[in-house]
Design a protein around this ligand. Structure first.
Ligand code: SF4
Length: 318
């Protein structure tokens, strides 16, 4: 008897009979809930890990969470709120949005959301849109001037609100893309730090999403149904070079899954003696010591490209 003929015989249910629609829906629901639970745990673990590794938040901190209305900043606020609930370290969060007076900006969306979450917030209204559009020719990217203005305003607001840290929603992919941008167009190996002192010297800026993969943020935003405000209101074109670099690393990731993670890990696992920066390693004065060096050079050995990478955030100085 062929398999086709066997179908429908009593007692064969489950051989290759599709499950009933209800069972299918139930199975899909269970799988979805399982995936979301995994995603939630991963996001909380990564954000918590970055905070600890870089000592981003300390007892008594008042953290200004910069909220643009995009998926990344919503996710950052959402995860920080839930980590704060469980954290033995006591800190405050205040959400800040800069309303740049772009045409069509839906002013009520963020206040409504923040009130619904019970988050203290401040909306800073500054018409940077008019300033930027009056200085930049139509069709040219406005982002550089716009970001500079925004940065200055946010630093000022942090001081006025008494905030001790400023949290930005850049994620792991932003950090990797920035490094390639700097390499390709600026001839420097420089990424985007997880923690830094601002250029005015008055603020500590943190990036709690530093370990987070952008695709996870997309899924989290869908799951949490954040009321996303489109980022195209200003009419500016995305920076073409950034778009190209992002497409490049996405393509690599498709062909070699795990590559972005490896690049990111490499950024926290630097061996200055094997780079070319004379400011980081005293090449001009090194001498043979006459005794074996456990971390000494193995210049003539095979490459170590398959060595197990260290955890992100750990900088190894050879
Ligand atoms: S996309 Fe628009 S709002 Fe965002 S930085 Fe560029 S000019 Fe400013």
């Amino acid at each position: 008897m062929s398999l086709e003929e066997r179908k429908g015989l009593p007692g064969d249910a489950g051989l290759d009979t599709p499950p009933a629609p209800d069972a299918q829906t139930e199975a899909a629901r269970t799988k979805h809930a399982y995936e979301i639970n995994k995603l939630s745990k991963r996001l909380h673990r990564q954000v918590g890990g970055a905070i600890i590794d870089f000592n981003m938040i300390e007892e008594g901190d008042k953290v200004m969470v910069c909220l643009s209305g995009g998926k990344d900043s919503y996710a950052m606020l959402d995860i920080l709120l839930s980590l704060r609930e469980r954290s033995p370290v006591k800190f405050e969060l205040v959400a800040v949005n800069l309303d740049q007076k772009q045409p069509g900006f839906p002013e009520h969306v963020l206040p409504d959301y923040l009130r619904s979450r019970g988050v203290p917030f401040h909306i800073e209204e500054q018409d940077t849109y008019s300033i930027v559009t009056s200085h930049i020719e139509p069709g040219k990217t406005m982002c550089s001037l716009c970001s500079r203005l925004r940065r200055g305003i946010l630093y000022r607001v942090a001081g006025e609100l008494g905030c001790t840290k400023i949290a930005l929603g850049h994620h792991r992919d932003d950090i990797v893309v920035t490094m390639f941008m700097n390499m390709f167009f600026g001839s420097r190996m420089k990424g985007m730090p997880a923690k830094l002192v601002s250029d005015d010297g008055r603020n500590v800026v943190i990036r709690p999403l530093a370990y987070v993969d952008e695709t996870d943020l997309v899924r989290w935003a869908e799951h949490r149904r954040f009321p996303i405000i489109p980022c195209t209101l200003c009419g500016s074109q995305d920076n073409l070079q950034r778009v190209q670099v992002k497409a490049m690393i996405r393509e690599w990731e498709k062909q070699h899954p795990g590559r972005i993670e490896n690049i990111f890990t490499a950024m926290g696992n630097i061996t200055p003696s094997h780079m070319m920066d004379r400011g980081l390693f005293p090449f001009t004065t090194i001498q043979a010591s006459g005794r074996p060096e456990p971390d000494g050079d193995i210049a003539f050995d095979a490459d170590e490209s398959c060595a197990t990478p260290a955890r992100p955030g750990v900088i190894r100085i050879a």
